[in-house]
Design a protein around this ligand. Structure first.
Ligand SMILES: [Zn+2]
Length: 276
């Protein structure tokens, strides 16, 4: 009899726990890492909660559907139980499996990987709401998966906009230092385009069409971006990658697989600025 009372109490207190410590959110899986023999830690950029690291228990024991839904790129609906250090993922439903559309296409896959890594790096704190970064990531992955625009254009648009949301929008219309309208160079350390007088030694001198492409990508003007010339896209990718890496300090690992050849020029500029 006493046992029954204890049992009922236990049930009641568990229900109470659920009410206070369970939460739902949707998010994009950024990365996974092993935890012990059978578990994984899943890093998710969620819509309302921000970046969350949750434990998925038992997913490495079997080829579980639970685990399959928690692969990078997947837009999922999650239920989590708040833990003392890490939360525990108790339910997961797939909303959009973006990875499926990306794995078969190397340029799109590497662009997507760079997006996930950038989203992870630009959202520094855990559980700090980052709705605009979440929306940019979902929009970027969706556009990549649809395949309607070239992968590097989609990636550069994502980089420019996520940097802008993080507070690092490059100056593209007026000199980053003095505001003059006649600009001629792009200086990563100055924060964008610069005029002839403010131009530091070694600053890159991109074509006007390349700066116009960066403006189009930042604004989401796809008509202009899709009409751009390959040489301007290449120059744009190099500048944007160097600008992003400068702001993230340590660089984005997956960028090494994305269009590298144009980075030499901009790296020289960043190097000259660092060691004048
Ligand atoms: Zn100036």
């Amino acid at each position: 009899m006493g046992g029954r009372v204890r049992g009922r109490r236990a049930v009641r207190s568990r229900a109470y726990d659920c009410r206070v410590s369970l939460y739902r959110d949707e998010g994009v899986v950024l990365r996974t890492q092993k935890l012990g023999e059978a578990d994984r830690i899943i890093t998710v950029l969620t819509k309302r909660t921000g970046k969350v690291r949750g434990v998925a228990k038992g997913v490495r024991k079997t080829m579980s559907r639970f685990g399959a839904r928690l692969e990078p790129f997947t837009h999922v609906d999650l239920q989590l139980h708040e833990g003392r250090s890490l939360d525990v993922i108790t339910q997961v439903e797939t909303l959009r499996p973006y990875g499926e559309a990306l794995v078969s296409d190397y340029p799109r896959y590497t662009a997507g990987t760079a997006m996930l890594e950038t989203a992870d790096r630009l959202t520094v704190g855990e559980k700090e709401p980052a709705l605009r970064q979440f929306l940019l990531l979902v929009g970027g992955l969706r556009t990549l998966a649809e395949g309607t625009h070239e992968a590097r254009l989609v990636l550069d648009a994502y980089f420019l906009r996520s940097l802008a949301v993080a507070g690092y929008a490059p100056a593209l219309a007026e000199c980053a230092r003095c505001g003059a309208e006649a600009v001629r160079a792009f200086s990563i350390v100055s924060g964008g385009v610069v005029c002839g007088a403010c131009r530091p030694a070694g600053a890159a001198v991109p074509a006007a069409e390349t700066i116009a492409l960066m403006i189009a990508l930042l604004r989401g003007d796809w008509e202009a971006a899709d009409a751009s010339e390959p040489r301007n896209r290449t120059e744009c990718s190099g500048l944007v990658a160097a600008y992003l890496q400068w702001h993230l300090e340590h660089g984005i690992r997956s960028l090494r697989h994305v269009e590298r050849e144009v980075e030499r020029e901009t790296e020289r500029e960043a190097g000259a600025a660092r060691h004048p």
